[in-house]
Design a protein around this ligand. Structure first.
Ligand SMILES: Cc1ncc(COP(=O)(O)O)c(C=O)c1O
Length: 406
């Protein structure tokens, strides 16, 4: 237990102490962090902080009190729906993050299935690579999760179809999945979902605000959004490749009626009835405002440039690690990549890279180094590759092994 200080402390002292605390954190602004943060440069950081501060006290729970936030949320959701080719009448909401958006989509699918007469113990069918947020949502709602093995790092539509039964609420595909950065075969999953009358959710938490711009820049991506008729809902985070402040995601639905399944309508209590659109009660005005500001600040051109830089970084690193003898898992097209060296211990390499200041992710199945890249990484990709080559050499694997055939 830490007792609350008896007397207050002046802000300059606190600021000083907080800077000292922060000094122990990773130096993500220097570009050596490829997990947890998205570094789109100091200008974006300044815009989002200023916008957040302007609305940090306002509360999105009260749209009548704060029509400003209601309008900003409507516009942000509208941007998402348009980017993801939603049909007329589609709707959505801002949430606090990917886990929240996913939870709300599962809740909507559950209530939709119940309204259609589903009674037995419910289940959802998801690929092995789907984010654990689905497990969390299902644990909260007492829903069984059927995690189906992958085929070539992607969701396996045939195996997933075989797992569907009368109590399946939802089928899930990712665009892309976090572990490998790959877009699942959503068109096939959409056809299966339509055939069985099951809700298809696309988890585009990490790709929803990346893939549309990569496509505009010329990438030939697997179709994954509302252009596919089977897609009922999409989770897409603004606090990832939307470059917004943390605490901002969107959950989008094919129609207003499907979105209404997400609403929680409670009462009675002394205030009568209380309906909330998402999991949260109080909704941080700062997160809504920062997302709105960054999206308007960047516009399509700005996002295309930022995501183009990320793709360039990924291409450089992909080619570089292959030259060093690593095998890239699947064929990533967006900002994430995972790779393994068959002759080096992945976690030994991870530790050596960490020692050189690199903070990145790692997979355990299969063991692999993992990067979630930001625009800044385009400037430091060569340094990363040099350091990785040194780490390999320190592990007793000569970098020249690069050209050995797999
Ligand atoms: C594909 C995917 N889904 C869901 C999430 C969960 O998002 P959050 O951490 O914002 O709850 C993540 C986070 O990385 C993700 O990559």
């Amino acid at each position: 237990m830490t007792p609350l200080p008896e007397h207050g402390t002046p802000w300059p002292d606190l600021e000083h102490r907080m800077r000292a605390l922060g000094a122990r954190d990773v130096k993500w602004r220097e570009g050596k962090t490829a997990v947890y943060v998205f570094n789109a440069g100091p200008e974006i950081e300044q815009v989002k902080k200023a916008a957040y501060a302007m609305f940090s006290e306002e509360n999105g729970l009260g749209p009548a009190a704060f029509p400003s936030l209601a309008q900003m949320e409507r516009e942000v959701v509208g941007f998402g729906l348009a980017l993801m080719h939603a049909p007329a009448g589609a709707a959505g909401a801002m949430t606090s993050g990917g886990t929240d958006s996913i939870t709300m989509a599962v809740k909507a699918a559950r209530d939709h299935a119940r309204a259609k007469g589903q009674k037995g113990p419910a289940n959802i069918v998801i690929p092995y690579s789907a984010h654990p947020a689905f497990d969390k949502a299902c644990a909260l709602m007492d829903i069984e999760v059927r995690r189906i093995p992958l085929k070539d790092y992607l969701a396996d539509p045939t195996a997933m179809e075989a797992a569907i039964d009368a109590n399946t609420l939802m089928l899930v595909g990712s665009a892309p999945c976090f572990p490998f950065g790959l877009i699942d075969p959503i068109p096939e999953l959409g056809a299966i979902a339509a055939k069985h009358g099951v809700w298809l959710h696309v988890d585009a938490c990490v790709g929803g605000y990346f893939a549309p711009f990569a496509a505009m820049n010329g990438a030939a991506l697997t179709a994954w959004d509302f252009a596919l008729p089977g897609v009922m809902s999409i989770s897409a985070d603004l606090h990832k490749y939307g470059y917004a402040s943390k605490g901002a995601s969107t959950v989008l639905f094919r129609s207003e009626a499907l979105k209404e399944r997400m609403t929680f309508d409670a009462g009675p209590w002394p205030l009568g009835r209380m309906t909330t659109p998402t999991l949260a009660g109080t909704r941080p005005g700062g997160a809504i405002a920062a997302a709105w500001a960054v999206m308007n600040f960047l516009g399509v051109d700005g996002y295309r440039a930022k995501q183009g830089a990320v793709v360039q970084a990924r291409e450089k690193i992909e080619a570089g690690v292959q030259r060093l003898g690593f095998r890239v898992h699947g064929a990533p097209q967006l900002g994430l990549i995972a790779f393994t060296h068959e002759r080096a211990d992945t976690f030994g390499l991870f530790a050596k890279m960490h020692h050189r200041g690199w903070m990145q992710g790692a997979l355990v199945d299969p063991p692999a180094l993992h990067l979630m890249l930001s625009p800044i990484h385009n400037e430091v990709a060569d340094v990363y590759l040099t350091d990785l080559g040194t780490a390999l050499a320190d592990s007793g694997v000569a970098p020249k092994a690069a050209n050995y055939s797999e």
